[in-house]
Design a protein around this ligand. Structure first.
Ligand SMILES: C[S@@+](CC[C@H](N)C(=O)[O-])C[C@H]1O[C@@H](n2cnc3c(N)ncnc32)[C@H](O)[C@@H]1O
Length: 408
């Protein structure tokens, strides 16, 4: 019997940042399928895993602009915040009604005691309101009326002095205040375990140390802050990085879809923003399938597929460090190792040898059953994952004879 493996079997998944598609090998060549799958993937990809940094409606003192060495004391200042006196008995109702326009800042309570000299100190509390919301269109008419009934002049509200320190300001408040006014603010970062990873623009580079220190000060889970130095265009898809602040330690652990991954961020490829994509592909592949993960990295497809779907996984990466962590992560997640074979070789060799040999063996087994239908069903449950953006397709012409595998 002559069986053309590639005609019916091979579903290739290839990821290219702008162009995600399934490739199905077809009689006349590779058929690119960018149908509903693509749009589903794209929607999911957009919900990426960047951490955004939000800022408040008040600002640190203007003198901090251009600061190159972090001087935390220079962020102390007094700001004037609109406030309203509310009888103590009505505080909880007022707090509820104005929830969306209360003054929110770390370490500052929006409901405060009135000053010692205030004649209403015994009977009233002070409610501080967000200066960005008062008088703005964001305030619902109903809320405006209630505020006015309490005597607040929306156009010219009574202002109360509030003392703010470095501890009260958000990451964004501080960085925005330090950067020159024409520089774009740093609005997001990625985090892998204890490592925050930035991609700073040229104009922000003179302030990189402050940016790193502020992230460590403000976000308790961050212990190391790095800036990316080059584009990810080397073979192993990792990048050169510069330590901006914190510990010089790049070995970390991160969780993805109930699996734990250990990695050395300076030596292997890892991108937390692919989390949704990893999950989508893992969910798409049926239980007990056979999976050939040609560019496996540290195992974000292979580990959950073997652990949760009990797939037979042949998993490979050229980078010896990725290979080391791939093996570690299989053990860390208590994967049944009888289901998995790991390889540290070039993807072309992997396809020419491991993939081809295994597929031929399985096809021979099924051929013995002389049941074309069973053969087809099993073959259709074989998946080749080729997650190497831009060039994965080039690995397909590695072995012309692999396109015709004869089973007798
Ligand atoms: C974009 S990463 C994807 C890793 C993993 N699938 C993930 O989603 O995190 C591509 C991986 O391919 C590996 N790689 C690059 N060239 C290779 C080759 N010729 N053969 C095998 N692996 C290769 C890199 O070391 C890297 O781990």
């Amino acid at each position: 019997m002559k069986f053309d493996v590639f005609n019916s079997v091979l579903r290739l998944w290839s990821h290219n940042v702008k162009n995600l598609h399934f490739l199905i090998q077809h009689e006349n060549g590779i058929l690119k399928v960018d149908d509903s799958f693509y749009s589903k993937f794209r929607n999911l990809l957009n919900k990426n895993k960047m951490n955004t940094i939000s800022s408040s409606n008040v600002t640190p003192p203007p003198e901090v602009q251009g600061m190159k060495t972090l001087d935390r004391k220079a962020f102390s200042t007094i700001v004037k915040i609109p406030g309203i006196k509310v009888p103590k008995s009505e505080i909880s109702a007022a707090q509820k009604a104005w929830k969306s326009c209360l003054f929110k800042m770390k370490g500052i309570k929006p409901i405060a005691e009135l000053g010692n000299n205030d004649p209403h100190r015994e009977t009233h509390h002070l409610i501080l309101l967000d200066p960005g919301k008062i008088g703005s269109d964001k305030l619902a008419q109903e809320q405006k009326e209630i505020l006015q009934n309490y005597g607040l002049n929306l156009d010219s509200p009574t202002l109360y002095e509030v003392v703010l320190h470095y501890e009260n300001w958000s990451v964004s408040d501080i960085i925005k205040a330090v950067l020159p006014s024409d520089a774009e603010n740093v609005t997001s970062y990625s985090q892998v375990g204890h490592i925050a990873h930035l991609n700073l623009r040229t104009e922000s580079l003179p302030y990189k140390t402050i940016i790193g220190e502020v992230l460590i000060d403000k976000i308790s889970t961050i212990k190391t802050v790095v800036n990316k130095l080059n584009a990810i265009d080397n073979t192993y898809r990792n990048f050169q990085m510069e330590l901006l602040a914190g510990e010089d330690n790049y070995v970390t652990r991160t969780k993805e879809h109930q699996c734990t991954f250990e990695l050395d961020f300076s030596k292997v490829y890892w991108n937390s923003r692919l989390s949704t994509e990893h999950q989508r592909v893992t969910e798409y592949i049926p239980h007990h399938s056979v999976v050939y993960d040609v560019f496996a990295g540290i195992g974000p497809f292979s580990v959950p597929l073997a652990k949760r779907k009990r797939c037979h996984v042949f998993t490979n990466d050229l980078n010896p460090h990725s290979f080391e962590y791939l093996n570690k992560n299989l053990k860390l997640n208590k994967v049944d190792l009888s289901l998995v074979k790991t390889f540290n070789m070039d993807g072309r060799d992997f396809i020419k040898t491991v993939f081809k040999e295994d597929l031929v063996e399985r096809i021979k087994e099924y051929a013995k059953l002389n049941n074309e239908n069973a053969l087809y069903q099993d073959a259709c449950k074989s998946f080749v994952l080729m997650n190497l953006p831009a060039i994965a397709v080039e690995f397909l012409n590695c072995e012309p004879e692999a396109k015709r595998i004869k089973c007798s």
